[in-house]
Ligand binder design. Structure first.
Ligand SMILES: [Zn+2]
Length: 258
C-alpha cells in the first residue's frame, strides 16, 4: 500500500462512528412495535419518530430510517452516535430531526427512549401561555411541568421549525432539562423515559391529557382543578410499574397477530 494511503485510510476509519455490538433483538422488535402503537393511538401520523438507547453501548441509539412510523420493520432500524451520525445508513435517507434524539441522550444519561411527535392536542399548549398540567392520574408524569421550547431563541426568526442540526438539538435538550415532556412551540413535543414501554405510555397520555385539559378549560371557563404536586408524584409511582399491561393491549391492537 502506498505510504500516503495508510494514514488516509486510518483517518477515514476514525472519522466514521464505529458500530457497537449488535443490539438486543428484543429491543429492536419493541422499537418496531412502538412505532406501530404510536400510529395506532394517534400520536404520530406520517411524521414523528421514536428511538431507544442502545443496550450495549450507551453512546449509541436506535432509530428508523426516514419513513412513516407505521411502516417500520426491523430492517429499517439504524444505529446512530450521539452527534447524530448514522453508523450503517448505506445510502438510506435519515430523519432531519435525528438531532432531537442525539442531543437528549447526550444531556440525559437517565433517558433510555424518546418520542418526538406532532401530537395534535398538544399544539395549543405550545402556542399559548396556558401550561400543560396533569388533569388526571394517568398523566401524573406531567407534574414536574412541561417546559416550552422556543426555537426562535435558538435559531432566530425564519427557521422551518425543525430541529435539524446539533445546535438546535442542544437548545431543545436544555429546555427539556430534567422534565419528562417538552412542548415545541408551533411544532409538537418530545417525550422521554427510562424505557421504551414507559415513553410510549407517556406519549399517549400526553396527547390525552392535552385533549382533556383543553375541554376542561372550556367547560370550566378557565378554572380547572389539577393534581397537586404530591398527588402527581404518588400517582406516577403507582403507574410506572403497570405500563406493561397497557403495552400488551396497544401491541395487540397495532400489530394484530404479527
Ligand atoms: Zn417534528
Amino acid at each position: 500500500m502506498p505510504k500516503l494511503v495508510v494514514p488516509l485510510v486510518a483517518a477515514m476509519l476514525f472519522a466514521l462512528p464505529a458500530r457497537a455490538e449488535p443490539a438486543d433483538r428484543a429491543l429492536i422488535e419493541d422499537l418496531v412495535v412502538a412505532n406501530h402503537i404510536l400510529y395506532a393511538e394517534g400520536v404520530v401520523d406520517g411524521f414523528g419518530h421514536v428511538s431507544a438507547r442502545h443496550d450495549k453501548d450507551p453512546s449509541h441509539f436506535l432509530l428508523a430510517r426516514s419513513m412513516a412510523p407505521a411502516l417500520v420493520t426491523a430492517e429499517d432500524i439504524l444505529e446512530f452516535d450521539l452527534v447524530g451520525n448514522a453508523v450503517d445508513a448505506n445510502g438510506r435517507a435519515l430523519y432531519f430531526e435525528r438531532f432531537i434524539h442525539s442531543a437528549i441522550y447526550k444531556a440525559r444519561p437517565d433517558v433510555k427512549a424518546i418520542v418526538h411527535s406532532h401530537s395534535p392536542s398538544v399544539i395549543p399548549f405550545g402556542a399559548t401561555a396556558v401550561a400543560l398540567r396533569p388533569i388526571y392520574h394517568m398523566s401524573a408524569f406531567l407534574g414536574g411541568g412541561a417546559p416550552v421550547f422556543e426555537i426562535r431563541d435558538a435559531g432566530g426568526d425564519g427557521t422551518d421549525m425543525l430541529v435539524r442540526n446539533p445546535q438546535l438539538g442542544e437548545a431543545l435538550a436544555a429546555s427539556l432539562g430534567g422534565a419528562a415532556v417538552a412542548l415545541m412551540r408551533g411544532h409538537g413535543d418530545v417525550v422521554v423515559a427510562d424505557s421504551l414501554k414507559l415513553v410510549v405510555f407517556r406519549a399517549i397520555y400526553t396527547e390525552l391529557n392535552a385533549k382533556l385539559e383543553g375541554e376542561a378549560l372550556l367547560i370550566g371557563q378557565g378554572r380547572v382543578n389539577f393534581l397537586t404536586d404530591k398527588e402527581a408524584v404518588a400517582a406516577a409511582a403507582t403507574n410506572s410499574p403497570l405500563v406493561g399491561r397497557a403495552w400488551d393491549l396497544w401491541k395487540l391492537k397495532a400489530m394484530g397477530g404479527r
